[in-house]
Design a protein around this ligand. Structure first.
Ligand SMILES: [Zn+2]
Length: 325
């Protein structure tokens, strides 16, 4: 029987319920910890900040959230545990890595350069350690493997990451969820993961709503994987209207059972803080943990999408991503 690892223990796929498949509680982009003006890391305060923005989700019936923060963006399982306990929502955390550009690669790169270890092997061993033994000294095990590639290309480092993830996913049954940069490399990610033995049904190619080309969408979907429209509200990159138009089109031609929805929201960004310039700020004014429920689902319904299709995207598809059914 398949069990899903949450930060508070295992649950059955049926217990997932309404699920947001790609969000972040706290994220620290490498370097924040070297900024003398960064706010000190205060777990209690960050948990409170996150809880405040998560609270509306209870009324919408959200039961589970995948936190897609990889270890190199300062994943903190104790924070996730505290939030999950207080909120009474399942949180599934991720093992994995971020892009070569934005993640923490110096350590592994140095080891492979000095031929102490091979990067794909050491990544794989790290994922297996967390999945089978737990993260650090906590008993928490990740429920998903997060991988990421940069703009318009998959670097050798990222290729090693994808290969290691496919191998660990194949051996453990954990789903692989991805970050794509600005709507590029989705088809290539899917092809590489599948070639390395990952089960297409347990792959979710992320940030697909960042590319408005239907042929791009089709070239990923034709490989049998799931895709995520998981950046609603991030209108800095693309207007929600475009994402909705594309989603309605794909649902209309029969892809309801392959698409999931989320917002890629960040409850707290570590560092010194600050505001976006006004014009950019306006383009993320609606971005939140509950934006889908407040604004996107009503727009989908107005476009003729049925409740049953929304349930499939938000309940059935996340369950099948984990169960592989
Ligand atoms: Zn993300």
């Amino acid at each position: 029987m398949i069990k899903i690892n949450t930060v508070l223990g295992t649950i059955s796929p049926e217990a997932l319920g309404l699920t947001l498949v790609h969000e972040h509680m706290a994220v620290g982009f490498p370097g924040w910890e070297c900024d003398p003006l960064s706010r000190p890391y205060d777990r209690k305060q960050i948990a409170q900040l996150c809880l405040k923005s998560l609270e509306p989700l209870k009324a919408y019936g959200v039961q589970s959230i995948i936190d897609a923060t990889p270890p190199d963006l300062d994943r903190d399982v104790d924070l996730l545990k505290e939030i999950s306990e207080k909120l009474q929502i399942n949180i599934i955390c991720s093992t994995g890595r971020y892009t070569e550009d934005m993640g923490k690669w110096a350590y592994l790169r140095q080891r492979s350069k000095s031929r102490i270890g091979r990067m794909d092997q050491e990544l794989y061993e790290g994922f297996m350690q967390e999945i089978t033994k737990g993260i650090g000294l906590s008993a928490v095990k990740p429920g998903a493997i997060k991988v990421a590639t940069g703009l318009n290309g998959i670097s050798p480092v990222e290729e090693a990451l994808l290969r290691a993830a496919a191998r660990a996913g194949k051996e453990t049954g954990l789903p692989i969820i991805t970050h794509t940069e600005a709507g590029t490399m989705g088809p290539e990610q899917a092809a590489l993961l599948i070639k390395e033995g990952a089960d297409p049904k347990r792959i979710m190619i992320g940030h697909m709503c960042g590319n408005p080309s239907l042929s791009y969408q089709m070239s990923v979907l034709s490989q049998g994987v799931h895709i995520a429209f998981d950046r609603f509200g991030l209108e800095l990159f693309l207007p929600d209207r475009v994402r909705i138009a594309m989603l309605v089109g794909l649902l209309g031609v029969g892809y309801t059972d392959r698409i999931m929805m989320s917002q890629d929201f960040m409850g707290c960004v570590l560092g010194r803080g600050g505001r976006l310039p006004e014009e950019a700020g306006q383009k993320v004014a609606n971005w939140s943990f509950s934006h889908i429920f407040g604004h996107i689902l009503p727009a989908l319904k107005q476009a003729g999408i049925r409740d049953e299709q929304i349930r499939t995207m938000m309940i059935d598809n996340p369950r099948r991503l984990f169960s592989g059914e």
